[in-house]
Write a protein that binds this ligand. Structure first.
Ligand code: NBP
Length: 473
């Protein structure tokens, strides 16, 4: 018997993905550099389906039906190249290598191009949902050729999460498109988590609520428009009590957030593309600030506001509005980045389809994504989600509370970079005139960088050091 698909790299993600495939009735070849992992998988879970264990790459490749479908689930970076170099010589034209790791999309573009020259399909695939998702149904974002999706799509859709019967998997676009979208997904996840963290901090320090009370607030929010996996687990974490001290769990955790790098890549790429993603950037920087222990320690006695006190009644409701509005902005920025990446690399990504496949399986799964899908259905070319009728109405209805929450944070000295940057972005887009005109004037003054005028075509320069007449630039 041959396997329909094979997985090499059987740490937590690869093992669970292989089990998911086997549980869906697909015979799956399994291989790992260290053979003990392969043996452990078959010993523990062999009864769940048909596993074909292989000790060597040659054995693994020969156990696959053709065209071969080979999934790599190893540590991203050098290990992925090492595995590709090991397996590619054993494959034949038409075979497919799927990289399900968190690769940088630029690496995926490089690998896809090199393997295409050898007649192989390389499918860089975003997989979200952590180990539970991999086992029970992740959100899957495959890039690569349309031809490869014909052979792989049905299998991947089969093991993906489903929402209303729709698989959380679709062909994203050529070469690096899948990993690009997965990267931005993670960036949005950072922003969403930061906004939730700020909401907690404000409820705690401006409204004076205890963690257990805040857990209840989040539980209530989770029955409304903010319903999502992240809000749900936030309530769980806040309600948890530390067994050894009896204190709220959140109070015994060191307040230094870590990161693996996809948020940073999102911001780096956004800078290259010239897309403003302040919500994601502030989330990455907020984690960075938290980790600078010495800097924080040295700054601890800097003066704070003289005003302290209670934010007043109805504050939790205001925070809910601020959170919803800021979340709309953060997602609008992330989708703008996908739109820009798609245009830059010629990927032709269907933005509504991305919202659709994120509704289940992944960390940012939420009721809200249905709204985004509907917005792109109504206008696939919209330059921003903010002008969608539903979102515009929600922002209008939320904005007084949103402004109040940002003011309270500033007055009480509670950091709220996510809320503040979202509001600034919103107000920047709304503005009739931006002070960028002054910036242009300064640039022309010190560097003769020229400027354009509101009333005439062309570029101009003022002779600042002479008689200040204007010349064409
Ligand atoms: P890890 O990222 O911890 O990688 C461990 C696996 O890589 C093991 O199978 C290991 O083999 C293999 N490996 C390494 Br390291 N170097 C190798 C080499 N030179 N040649 C062959 N194999 C090598 O595993 P993971 O946490 O399961 O994640 C797998 C991928 O999925 C990663 O790219 C990760 O970013 C991505 N991802 C993870 C999550 C998550 O929640 N963990 C979520 C979404 C995506 P060995 O057993 O012989 O050491």
């Amino acid at each position: 018997q041959k396997a329909r698909i094979g997985v090499t790299g059987l740490a937590v993600m690869g093992r669970n993905l292989a089990r998911n495939l086997a549980r869906h009735g697909h015979p799956v070849a399994v291989h790992n550099r260290t053979a003990t992992r392969t043996k452990a998988l078959v010993d523990q879970f062999g009864a769940e389906g048909t596993f074909l264990p292989a000790e060597t790459p040659e054995q693994f490749v020969s156990s696959l039906e053709r065209p071969r479908r080979l999934v790599i689930m190893v540590k991203a970076g050098g290990p992925t190249d090492a595995v590709i170099n090991e397996f590619a010589p054993l494959l034949e034209p038409g075979d497919m290598i799927v990289d399900g790791g968190n690769a940088n999309f630029a690496d995926t573009r490089r690998r896809e191009s090199a393997l295409r020259e050898r007649g192989l399909h390389f499918v860089g695939t975003g997989i979200s949902g952590g180990e539970e998702g991999a086992l029970h149904g992740p959100s899957i974002m495959p890039g690569g050729s349309a031809e490869s999706y014909e052979a792989l799509g049905p299998l991947l859709e089969d093991i993906s999460a489903k929402v209303d019967g729709t698989p959380c998997c679709t062909h994203v676009g050529p070469d690096g498109a899948g990993h690009f979208v997965k990267m931005v997904h993670n960036g949005i996840e950072y922003a969403d988590m930061q906004l939730i963290a700020e909401s907690y901090d404000l409820l705690r320090h401006a409204a004076g609520l205890a963690p257990a009370e805040i857990a209840e607030v989040f539980r209530t929010w989770n029955t409304g428009r903010l319903e999502s996996y992240l809000i749900e687990i936030t309530a769980e974490v806040l309600a948890h009590t530390d067994a050894s001290t009896g204190k709220p769990f959140v109070d015994v955790v060191l307040d230094q957030a870590e990161q693996k790098g996809t948020g940073r890549w999102t911001v780096q790429t956004a800078l290259d593309l010239g897309v403003p993603v302040g919500g994601i950037a502030e989330a990455v920087f907020a984690r960075s600030v938290s980790g600078h222990a010495a800097l924080r320690e040295a700054s601890r006695n800097l003066p704070g506001p003289s005003r302290t006190g209670d934010a007043g009644s109805g504050f939790a409701d205001a925070v809910e509005r601020a959170l919803y509005a800021s979340k709309i902005v953060a997602y609008a920025q992330g989708f703008h980045q996908i739109q820009a990446g798609s245009a830059e690399y010629g990927w032709n990504i269907d933005l509504g389809a991305m919202a659709t496949i994120w509704r289940g399986g992944c960390i940012i799964r939420a009721r809200f994504l249905d709204r985004i899908r509907a917005a792109y259905e109504a206008d696939p070319e919209t330059p921003t989600l903010l002008t969608d009728a539903h979102f515009t109405e929600a922002l209008g209805e939320a904005q007084d509370a949103w402004r109040e929450v940002v003011s309270v944070a500033a007055r009480l000295g509670i950091p709220a970079p996510g809320f503040a940057t979202a509001l600034s972005y919103y107000d920047s887009l709304r503005a009739d005139r931006l002070p960028a005109a002054l910036t242009q004037g300064q640039r022309d003054y010190f560097g003769a960088h020229t400027y354009r005028r509101v009333d005439r075509e062309g570029s101009f320069h003022t002779l600042w050091g002479a008689d200040r007449t204007e010349v064409t630039g």
